[in-house]
Design a protein around this ligand. Structure first.
Ligand code: GLY
Ligand code: MN
Ligand code: MN
Length: 438
């Protein structure tokens, strides 16, 4: 699998250390192993921050950055080699592998961390560490600092300040490098191909989970995995925003909403397409679909440097409110409908989020209470929708159970933006043609 080069991980550490400043130390633990049931574990997935700085995939590891320290600025604590355990679980890097393979300037067995870490904290003023994610590890960090404090009389100097690492690190992660964008392009392409495969497969009588199986097949055969549990909802399930049962039979006349993306090389795609189970939109389905598509296109057109975070959303709201009015689902003057938020009855979520190593990726949306200005290298989703559940008051029955979302992944470029996921068709005629040919 394509990893960013080792030099890129080193560049990230250097940049972070520069931002942290002298007299500081950063501590980043690996993701914990999580138990699924009895003695079965969830598939291990490294913590995004930890991976971003190290490229090191193993659990039970801790990364420490100590800017300006002469002996070693980058220290890893890792599991020791263990020929007995490696027969069962596979190879471990061990401290020697952590230095030779991952660029650590020094590496120690994780079992020795209680002995060594207080010494690394000694003489540092600020500890960059994100509290609250891993309560067990929080206690250990506090324990190390306390131990140093208790030795103040013998001349030990304990750090005075705890600072969350999120602010600095997550701002770095918000801007994707060339290597990261290459991975995200690949990840988006695999995701888009999976949606095409699902469209070809979809027909009345088949089950939603069979569509999910097609998506998973396409992800897996390219070395990718899901980036979140896929939403495959037909009929009434189109209107359940986080539907995940995926166990209904698909009926002719219904829509199918598929929100599915993959993770490839630690980067996520997040794509939604909506299409008719039978392969042909009804007039009402098409009318709603075209409003959402126009809203999505209007929002994408607002993704460019200099525009602020909320401009795509504002554009989508204008088109959706106008569209709902022209279809007859909202009544009144358009500016008043927008001001009052009447459209929220049918479009109740935001138009997107940052995307990267995490599906809902890190990074601030506002700076000092102002929407963030878009800059090249930021990646976001654009995903307006309209949902009309059965029983909606003052809505003709023929519109019931129409739920449409269209979601693409978009990178801000110098001249505007690049849509990463346009391998999956969204033009309704194109979708109908593709399904007819299947
Ligand atoms: N799939 C999650 C989202 O669209 O935000
Ligand atoms: Mn999304
Ligand atoms: Mn999604």
């Amino acid at each position: 699998m394509a990893d960013p080069a080792r030099s890129e991980f080193a560049r990230r550490r250097t940049q972070l250390m520069r931002l942290m400043g002298a007299s500081s130390i950063a501590i980043v633990p690996a993701a914990p192993v999580r138990q699924r049931n009895n003695d079965v574990e969830y598939d291990y997935r490294q913590d995004s921050d930890f991976y971003y700085l190290s490229g090191f995939p193993e659990p039970e590891s801790v990364l420490v950055l100590i800017p300006g320290r002469e002996a070693a600025q980058y220290v890893l604590f890792v599991r020791e080699r263990d020929s007995e355990r490696e027969i069962w679980d596979g190879k471990r890097a061990g401290p020697a592998g952590a230095t030779s393979g991952y660029g650590a300037e020094d590496a120690f067995p994780i079992a020795d961390i209680d002995e060594i870490l207080p010494g690394l904290l000694e003489g540092r003023e600020r500890v960059f560490y994100t509290m609250g994610l891993n309560p067990e590890f929080d206690q250990r960090v506090i324990g190390w600092v306390k131990r140093l404090r208790s030795q103040a009389r013998s001349g030990m100097h304990a750090p005075q300040e705890f600072v969350s690492l999120n602010h600095l690190l997550h701002d770095m992660r918000l801007f994707k490098s060339r290597a990261e964008l290459a991975l995200m392009r690949r990840c988006s392409q695999i995701g888009a191909d999976a949606h095409v495969r699902a469209m070809r497969f979809c027909r009345p009588g088949r089950m939603e989970f069979e569509v999910m199986a097609e998506l998973l097949h396409e992800f897996r055969r390219h070395g990718a995995d899901t980036s979140y549990h896929p939403i495959v909802g037909s009929g009434a399930n189109c209107c359940v925003l986080h539907y995940h049962a995926n166990d209904a039979r698909m009926n002719s006349g219904d829509l199918l909403l598929v929100d599915a993306g993959c993770e490839y090389g630690y980067y996520a795609s997040d794509i939604t397409r909506t299409y008719p189970v039978s392969g042909r939109f009804s007039p009402e389905q098409r009318a709603v679909y075209e409003v959402v598509l126009e809203a999505q296109r209007a929002a994408i057109a607002r993704v460019k440097p200099g525009n602020h975070w909320n401009e795509p959303h504002d554009a989508a709201v204008r088109v959706i409110a106008a569209g709902l009015k022209s279809i007859g689902l909202l009544k009144g003057a358009l500016p008043a409908l927008i001001r009052a938020g009447s459209y929220k009855r049918f479009f109740m979520h935001r138009t997107g989020h940052w995307l990267g190593m995490d599906v809902h990726d890190v990074g601030d949306y506002k700076i000092e209470d102002e929407w963030r200005v878009l800059e090249p290298g930021m990646v976001l989703t654009v995903e307006p929708g309209i949902y009309i559940p059965a029983g909606s008051a003052r809505v003709p029955r023929r519109f019931w159970n129409i739920g449409v979302r269209i979601e693409d992944d978009v990178v801000v470029t110098r001249g505007g933006c690049e849509v990463l996921t346009d391998g999956a068709p969204k033009d309704p005629d194109e979708i109908e043609a593709l399904m007819a040919a299947a």
